[in-house]
Design a protein. Sequence first.
Lengths: 113, 802, 140
Amino acid sequence: MELLMAILIGVLFTAAVYLILSRSLLKIVIGTGLLSHGAHLLILTMGGLGGASPPVLAEGVTDFADPLPQALILTAIVISFGVTAFILVMAYRAYAVHKTDDMNQLKGNDEHD
Amino acid sequence: MEFVLLIFLPIVAALFIPILFKRIKGIHTGWFVLVIPVLLFIYYTTFIRTTMDGGHAISELQWIPSLGISFVSYIDGLSMLFSLLITGIGALVVLYSIFYLDKNKEKLGNFYVYLLLFMSAMLGVVQSDNVISLYLFWELTSISSFLLIGYWYTRDGSRFGALKSMMITVFGGLMMLGGFILLGIMGGTFSIRELIAESSTFVGHEFFTLALVLILLGAFTKSAQFPFYIWLPDAMEAPTPVSAYLHSATMVKAGLYLVARFTPIFAVSEVWIWLVTGIGLLTLFWGSLFAVKQTDLKAILAFSTVSQLGLIMSLLGAGAITMHTNEAIFSFAMFAAIFHLINHATFKGSLFMIAGIVDHETGTRDIRKLGGLMSIMPVSFTVAFIGSMSMAGLPPFNGFLSKEMFLQSMLAIRHFELFNFATWGVIFPVIAWIASVFTFIYSFYFVFKTFAGKRKEKPLPHEPHEAPVGMLISPVILATLVVGIFFIPNVVGKWLVKPAVMAIQPYQYSHPSEVAVHVSAWHGFASPELWMTVGIIIIGGLLYVSLSKWQKVYAIQPEYLSLNAFYDATMTFSEKGMNRLSRFYMTGLIRTYLLYIFAFLSVTTISVLFIQDAFVVDMDSFSKISVYGVINAIILLLAVAFVLFSKTRLGAIISLGAVGYSVALFFVIFKAPDLALTQLVIETVSVALFLLAFQHLPKLNDHGEKKSNKIVNGIIALGVGVTVTLVALSAHSQKLVASISQYYKDTVATEAGGGNIVNVILVDYRGFDTLFEIAVLSIAGIGVLGMIKLRLARKGDPDENK
Amino acid sequence: MKTNDVILQTTTKVVFFIIFLFSIHIFFAGHYTPGGGFVGGLLTTGAIVLLLLAFDLKTVQKALPFNFTIMTGIGLLLSLGTASGAIFFDVPFFTHAFDDFTLPLFGVTSLHTAMIFDAGVFLVVVGSAITIIQSIGGDS
């Protein structure tokens, strides 16, 4: 399962990076969204996918899933929500102010070095 | 009393200066400042009794004990002498500045803060026993000198001179730091005393000569030695009190101090003796030669300072020979060096103050416009005359004594038999003599072209008159010393010079009285230095009289061949070169920067993985593939494909949501209920967010990105993907340390009283993470609120940078 | 553009409370079973988002007259306060305490200071998420 997940994560990262490198503002925002999904799965996979039951104490259960990556990911999910919202607003505000979403035109000019 | 704290007294006092300057308008701020150096001077004189007996005083303040770095004030003969110079001349200069700088026109708040900053820094340099704190104070003197030269910062010349001095001295300072660190590596300590004590153990070390050269670079740049002297003439843009204080009496002598301080360590080296003596003598010659070319009073003095610093430097080098031979004549040289250092501070200080007075009272420093001021400014003339004659090396002034000793030492070098000196040594007295002739000429040039002769027809900017009494006090005191020292050289020698000589040559003396030097003005007709002096007076006199005929010779050297032109070219070249370089890779496009980052990420990670042989896949540790897992993976892949190839915004956003939901399903499959729940809700809210903002979003459009760029993007993206896959597999397969998770599992019920381990980790074990995370979330919220609700009214002006 | 969403609005009125109560439950249950401040907070946010979808921004603001920005601040203070409270009992920053108490109605209940911290998290999540959504929704 880990091998499958590793490849899946690779695909997610590839797609995310490809979108982030594009010239369109919206694609960059979507790319960062994909990137965080990839990162969450990466943490989970690195920690190991075994574990017969959720990391919740219960009678007679000893084989838990690893709780630490889960805690880290939980934090990361919420943060990525905040960041996505922030980038989204920044992107569309930039679009509204500069009337373009072409990154090549948003690079500034020599006047403002 | 912890007198190490006194080093910081001026800096602490500086904190109050701006307040005093703002609040008390009636009294010149300088009067308050004056108290500091006077108090310190009086305090430091109490150490004379200790140092006269060859003793020392130590006071320590810990700073970074774990790295062996501390503030140690170590006062021996040498440090004491310098501390007295710094505070003594400092007091006179502050007094002078009170009359020189107008309290209503000048920014005295700035001026005295810089000056006090310098005073602290300089005291720190000469008293620090720890090389790291010495370096710190050393750079602080460079910075305060920068600020003082740039004091009239509206003038181009001031800013240029300030930058130039900063560039050169900080360059030297950095080199010196390198030398110090090498010393620390070799000796295993940063304390100068301990380094000196252990110096014999690392003489043969491979870094020894490198450390020596680096430290000398620091000393040579600071003390304006050839070819680094070029910053000193430009530093004359500073107010004259500053020139008198920093650029003649104290700061430029820090390099000499450094050379003297490290003599016990490095004097065994041939390189040290050749470099210090040779560069010193070259600087002496070069400075005296070009002083005659100058037409600005302060520029003449600047070149003469360069020249005199070279003289002292060469004496320090000659004095270092004592480590190799027992001939008494060389112990003479060290005495002469310290003695001339004191003498130079007295006569050059007074000359700078006179130059300042002339500038102040006539409005010009151009020697071609001046002349005949003798009858109008008699006191100034007398002081200038005393100073110049002392500088020229004539009796009955202190300069005569030390100049004689200098010639004597240079003559002695011929007899030194090691290091090829027997062959080349004869050059030294010849160059010394020629330089002395030019010294004689510029001394006369300075005083008589200004004060003697007829008034020029063209009127001066101000009608000249004698300076106010207050302004004359300091130069007169210094001139009195110039004459006084001539008559009591051996008292000065016993109190100040011999303890300092002992500090420089601890391998030779155990008590100052062992320095068997007796200064006398008359050595009898048989002494060669007497005839050398007579020769200087005759030849120098003849050349001075015919000056107008041969001064044009200097025009032969074209401007573009000068060291200054070299400095300018280097500055321009590096500025333009750096500009071009950074423009080449800083394109302003985010894509470019991201390409660098991603390419670097994949290349370094993959190479480390394979070079270190870190890539391991342990198939056995893999868990079983589940059917749900495979199905969900297919869903995820499809959703990603939809995101990538969607033509519409709506399609892309919905597909992104689908990716999120399928990730949530993975969390379910991998037994992470908290995550699954959170991911589901978050995804819902996120999609809602995107849809809310939908009307504002730009359309999907690739803006006609070039095919080649797209291919590059694809390759880089693939590289990152492969890297991450490899890292994921590798990280899963090998665990270097045991996971802390077991601890959480074991203690969750007993220590934290909970059952849901994930939640307990969040709120208890790793509560810090959570605290900061909610802080970040709040910041994101406030950021969004700010961007939308608190938008500044700049409609119609789309450019935020305006 | 006004559409007739009678069905959605009517269901929302009921469903909102169900989700909200569920989120409270999940929040309190968090220490022993899946749930906690984050999930609880997000579920509440989800419920409010549903309200926003069914009605418009102004109606929701009238129905829920909270200042969500200030709610974020209160949440942060609550969490930080719980964490720093430990200092006054001479134990390291962030040390939590818990014990079993016998309460009327609930019987023996285990009470945690960690719960107060989690309540702070809950408030911050709801506060900032709704702040973001309201800001974007209110942007014309």
